[in-house]
Structures are given as structure tokens and as C-alpha cells.
Design a protein around this ligand. Structure first.
Ligand code: SAH
Length: 254
């Protein structure tokens, strides 16, 4: 079976700025999605489209156009509309992050559409009524409306990172064993005593604190080796200091 990304269609409703459409094609290309449909098309400045699409011109060239939004989504099993506004018909809106698992689940079974509205006034209530989900990208209070290509990018990014397509970078160094961690903690304990950071009777208390801090995330072998190096350097530095304050040996002549 292919990737669910192959089943995701971006539907634009009567966009008027070629630059926006080009930027949307580029965002689609970045996020591994290529099915673009323009519903109720208006004339577009092709040069502006291509200028912003960069390497994703083929997405624009392979687009389909339909007279209405209804036609653009007719074969889709889920239709997610996007809107900057809240209120009537939009009260059940979700964020892209909330709705992404549901969208991907459906995209593993059939075509789904992500519908974006006009740059000037978004989607009409009739168009929103065709949508089974409504997505609203959260914003600060002042300006809730995003540039359409940025709205497309936010939605597609959330979908992309939730698929197997995206492999989060893995830690190259393996997790440290308990034995290695304990050796490092011994060195730190000696070093903290030597530099006078803790009194001997506070050793248990401070070292439990150190253990707590160092347990907040898995330490890798590299992490522990760096901490060991710091501990050893503290011990070395303390021994240098000790050597300097040793009273000098009595001179031969006295
Ligand atoms: N003034 C219009 C906004 C149009 S912006 C309005 O109030 O609806 C063009 C399109 O970008 C919107 O139709 C929607 O598809 C998308 N968009 C912009 N901001 C958005 C947001 N905060 N959440 C979801 N989609 C948004």
C-alpha cells in the first residue's frame, strides 16, 4: 500500500493571486503531496505562480480544475474545510494537530480533501456545509487570518510529520548502561567533595539530587563520557590547586 499522503488532495476555491498558488504548490512539494484541484477557477498570473512554485511547477501543471467545490470533492470520503473564523457553522472546529490522526486514518482508506477558501472572504456557508471537519489554525487574538499558503503549509506539515514518511533523527550514541552511569556518578561524587561543593555529611542528599536531574532523560554513552570528562577535569584541577598551596620544601642552605 502507498503512503496516505498520496490520498490527500488540496482543494483551492477560486484563488486569485498566482503567487499564493505557486507558494501552495511548493508547500505541497515540500510535504510530499501532489494532488491539487482548483474549484471555480479565476484567471491566474502564470508567471507569478511559477516564480513562487520553484521546483514544484509540475504540481501546478498537473492540477485539475472543476466548476464547483462540490465536484472537486465528490470522490472524497472525508472533506476537511479550513476557516480563520469562529462562530456559526464553525463552532466544532479543531486544530490541525487534533484532526491529523483522523485525517490520516481516512487517507489510509480513500481520498480525502483539505479545502481552502478565497483569499478575500474564505469559504461560504454552503461550501462549509460540504465539509465533514472544520480546521482552524490557532492564532493570537489580533490577526486570526493567515496567508492562504501559510495555512496550507501548517496543515500539511502536521500531516507529514505524523506519517512514517518522516523519520525523526535518532540518537547515534546508544543509551548508557547502569554500570557506566554509576562510574560517572562516583567520579562526580569525588570531584564535588574535592572542590568543596558539598560537605561529606551532605553527600547523600546532593548526589540524590544529581541522580534526579540526570534521570530526566535517557543519557547516552556519549553524554555519560562527557560528564565523566568534566568530573575528571574537576579532580585534576583540584589536585593542581593542592600542589600550589603545598608549603615549599625547606631549602638546602637553611
Ligand atoms: N478573510 C477570510 C480569510 C481568508 S484567508 C476569512 O475570514 O475567512 C484564505 C484561506 O486561508 C481561508 O479561507 C482558509 O482556508 C485559510 N486560512 C487562513 N487563516 C486560517 C486559520 N487561522 N485557520 C484555518 N485556515 C485559515
Amino acid at each position: 500500500m502507498g503512503s496516505p499522503l498520496d490520498n490527500i488532495r488540496v482543494v483551492l476555491t477560486a484563488p486569485i493571486y498566482g503567487g499564493n498558488v505557486g507558494a501552495i504548490c511548493r508547500a505541497m512539494g515540500n510535504m510530499g503531496i501532489s494532488d491539487l484541484v482548483i474549484a471555480a477557477p479565476e484567471p491566474l498570473d502564470r508567471d507569478n505562480v511559477l516564480r513562487m512554485a520553484c521546483a514544484a511547477a509540475s504540481i501546478f501543471n498537473n492540477r485539475r480544475e472543476t466548476a464547483t467545490l462540490k465536484e472537486a470533492v465528490s470522490d472524497c470520503i472525508l472533506v476537511a474545510g479550513t476557516s480563520a473564523r469562529e462562530g456559526l457553522y464553525r463552532s466544532h472546529s479543531c486544530t490541525p494537530r487534533e484532526v491529523t490522526p483522523r485525517l490520516l486514518q481516512s487517507a489510509s482508506q480513500g481520498k480525502i480533501a483539505l479545502v481552502f477558501g478565497r483569499e478575500t472572504h474564505g469559504l461560504s456557508n454552503e461550501e462549509l456545509a460540504l465539509c465533514t471537519e472544520i480546521i482552524r489554525i490557532p492564532t493570537g487574538n489580533e490577526i486570526s487570518s493567515l496567508n492562504i499558503s501559510q495555512a496550507v503549509m501548517v496543515c500539511l506539515y502536521e500531516l507529514f510529520v505524523c506519517t512514517d514518511y518522516y523519520e525523526p533523527p535518532t540518537e547515534a550514541s546508544p543509551p548508557a548502561t547502569s554500570e557506566l552511569r554509576e562510574r560517572m556518578l562516583d567520579i562526580w561524587q569525588n570531584a564535588l567533595l574535592r572542590i568543596g561543593f558539598m560537605e561529606p555529611e551532605k553527600t547523600m542528599h546532593i548526589m540524590l539530587g544529581m541522580r534526579r536531574i540526570l534521570s530526566r532523560d535517557t543519557l547516552s554513552v556519549n553524554d555519560v563520557r562527557i560528564l565523566m570528562g568534566i568530573g575528571r577535569q574537576m579532580l585534576w584541577y583540584a589536585s593542581q590547586q593542592d600542589a600550589q598551596i603545598q608549603p615549599s620544601a625547606p631549602s638546602e642552605s637553611s
